[in-house]
Write a protein that binds this ligand. Structure first.
Ligand code: AMP
Length: 192
């Protein structure tokens, strides 16, 4: 099974991706984790990505597409994979289509964990007000920027998959187990 998980920052993509990895034995391709590993290792890509990530902006599409192209060719992806945090722009989604097509592969589903962005923003502002201090403000600013970037650049990715008839949306405003169950139902319908 090959899946894309879409959702705003704080929607619970990482948590749900881990459930799917455990349940279906899929490789977990989190581009955020890959970039953080590259930053920690001090690679060229990691050095270029660090400031961009700290601001909450997006790393350039060509860098991301190259990372994913290498990654999906690794042996552990043969059994299927879950993309968590990629694609984040329509250009990345189009590039992914091309990468899969040249390999004779296709996505089985794109699952969107839908959350109320106004509520996410309210949570961030509340946390910033409670903790106070420059560093917490920086974090709140970054989170706000990440939400804005999501709205402007990543929300169109959901529309892109919707047009293709591939998008399945689940209610991300429930507790973790209920979201997991809803995703399971969606996937049962897709793969059966
Ligand atoms: P995440 O852990 O998925 O929230 O990603 C953390 C940060 O890594 C994002 O805020 C971006 O700066 C960067 N990043 C992760 N995935 C991508 C992507 N597909 N395209 C561009 N930037 C990304």
């Amino acid at each position: 099974m090959r899946l894309v998980l879409l959702g705003a920052p704080g929607a619970g993509k990482g948590t749900q991706a881990q459930f799917l990895v455990d349940a279906h034995g899929l490789a977990h391709l989190s581009t955020g984790d890959m970039l953080r590993a590259a930053t920690a290792a001090g690679t060229e890509v990691g050095r270029r990505a660090k400031d961009i990530m700290d601001r909450g902006d997006l790393v350039p599409d060509d860098v991301m597409v190259e990372i994913i192209a290498d990654r999906i060719d690794q042996p552990d992806c043969a059994k299927g994979f879950i993309l968590d945090g990629f694609p984040r722009t329509v250009a990345q989604a189009e590039a992914l289509d091309g990468l899969l097509e040249t390999r004779g592969l296709a996505l089985d589903a794109v699952v969107q964990i839908a959350v109320d962005e106004a509520l996410l923003l309210a949570r961030i502002e509340k946390r910033a007000a409670e903790t106070g201090g420059a560093r917490a403000d920086d974090t709140a600013e970054t989170m706000k920027n990440r939400l804005a970037v999501y709205r402007e650049q990543t929300a169109p990715v959901a529309a892109y998959y919707e047009r293709k008839g591939a998008l399945k949306s689940v209610n991300g405003m429930q507790d973790i187990a209920a979201v997991r169950d809803e995703i399971d139902e969606v996937l049962k319908a897709v793969v059966s």
